[in-house]
Design a binder for this molecule. Structure first.
Ligand code: GUN
Ligand code: ZN
Length: 431
């Protein structure tokens, strides 16, 4: 008989979309409980009711901590862990100065393993139980990442980054090797345990039309994989794309020409979009990874999250480390709030938490498995201490409701607020 676990705390789950129906979409229980068995969530409800219903359950009392689904980071570059917070460049210079030299090091499988292990630990410490990561052009960087995730039982998405031009020696593949290596990695990893493969052309400037076509062809052969890339992050980048692809109608068109624009495509950034691009993404079910710490850190711009979401485009939240300046999805929610304010929209805490969980899970087409405290979902959850530091505690002590209690942690919290993490129903040891 598998062990039944009952975790006590305040519970927060979503029964709808807070962007569409407001705060009613969130269900909060002050004295709540989550029941887990066999790696799955079995029940969520009032503590008293569930204690009575599951008298044999092993009880973990998290006090007044907020229990919710683990955070889902829908766009990150684990190989950039070591160069996070590198100063002073704009996108293309930042790639050439910091990113590409660091990514060259992943030719060494031992280094790829070291950083994969570090990244997965940092993610869990921050309450991120799933991430969709770019790896480097080296297949061993994918092996290292998935091996580290597998060891921890994490549901992770990853893919070999493909680049056959405009990248330094040692960091370019070819049309054929990108196809062959990606295909071999799909065979090795896709659907194994909790792992999903994402076909990963880095972005149009570093792939020829032929490479994009080969990867589009691969995606049509393996349609259940995801596809992740970058779109319209910075104005200089868009101008470069225009020069490199004179025949394309716009940036999205460079992907569309090769079968890379459909459900299962996750576009990072998507800031400076044309009305046609937005229409097409909405029609085709393309998702967006909103990367607010990166978009401010690299000076890229203010993504219209609520506008895209209102068009039915699935939008998730993403750290984009190391372009993003934090591993914390709390800090990333704070940045999303600030970007929203600068665009004239104050996102409600329920909307921010939704983006970091259900929103990202939907963006990765994993919402039937993770991202919400729903019976039947996999038991990836976190407990958030709403008084983790003195500045936060003195503010949340005055809170009139859960939203006022959680917002100081969204705005000022970090890994110290993550009081517990469960992956597939197993408690992750505290670091
Ligand atoms: N565009 C292409 N590659 C990258 C990357 O590694 N980070 C960011 N922020 N944008 C990119
Ligand atoms: Zn990125």
């Amino acid at each position: 008989m598998p062990t039944t676990k009952l975790i006590l705390g305040q519970t927060l789950r979503f029964t709808g979309d807070p962007f569409a129906i407001g705060v009613e979409a969130a269900q909060h229980i002050t004295h709540g409980a989550v029941v887990i068995r066999d790696g799955k969530i079995v029940d969520v409800g009032a503590a008293d009711t569930l204690r009575t219903a599951y008298p044999q359950a092993e009880v973990t009392d998290m006090g007044a901590a907020l229990l919710m689904a683990g955070f889902v980071d829908c766009h990150v570059h684990y190989p950039q862990t070591g160069i996070i917070a590198s100063w002073g460049k704009r996108l293309i210079d930042w790639l050439n100065t910091y990113t590409f030299p660091e990514e060259l090091r992943f030719n060494d499988a031992a280094y790829a393993t070291e950083i994969s292990e570090l990244y997965c630990d940092l993610a869990l410490t921050n309450g991120t139980t799933t991430a969709a990561s770019y790896c480097t052009i080296h297949p061993q960087s994918v092996d290292a990442f998935f091996t580290a995730a597998q060891k921890r039982g994490m549901r992770m998405v990853g893919g070999k980054t493909c680049m056959d031009r405009n990248a330094p020696d040692g960091l370019r593949d070819t049309v054929q090797s990108a196809y062959d290596d990606s295909k071999a990695l799909i065979d090795r990893w896709h659907g194994v345990d909790r792992l999903t493969y994402a076909i990963t052309p880095r972005f149009s400037p570093t792939s020829t039309d032929d490479q994009l076509a080969a990867l589009g062809g691969l995606w049509s052969e393996r349609p259940d994989c995801l596809m992740q890339t970058h779109l319209s992050e910075q104005l200089e980048e868009i101008a470069w794309v225009r020069d490199l692809f004179p025949a394309a109608q716009d940036y999205l068109g460079t992907y569309e020409a090769h079968g890379l624009v459909r459900e299962g495509a996750v576009m990072g950034h998507a800031i400076h979009l044309t009305p046609r691009e937005i229409d097409r993404m909405a029609e085709r079910g393309v998702s967006v990874g909103h990367c607010p710490t990166s978009n401010t850190f690299i000076g890229s711009g203010l993504c219209d999250v609520t506008g895209l979401h209102s068009r039915g485009i699935p939008v998730g939240l993403a750290t984009d480390t190391g372009g993003g300046s934090s591993f914390s999805m709390l800090r990333t929610m704070a940045a999303a709030y600030e970007v929203g304010q600068l665009r004239g929209t104050a996102m409600h805490p329920a909307q921010l938490l939704y983006l970091a969980t259900v929103g990202s899970a939907k963006a990765l087409a994993l919402h039937d498995k993770i991202g919400n405290l729903t019976a039947g979902n996999e038991a990836d959850l976190i407990a958030i201490d709403l008084s983790s530091t003195r500045p936060i505690a003195q503010r949340s002590a005055r809170a009139a409701d859960i939203w006022e209690a959680v917002f100081p942690t969204i705005m000022m919290g970090d890994d110290r607020a993550i009081a517990g993490v469960w992956v597939g129903g197993a408690a992750v040891p505290r670091p």
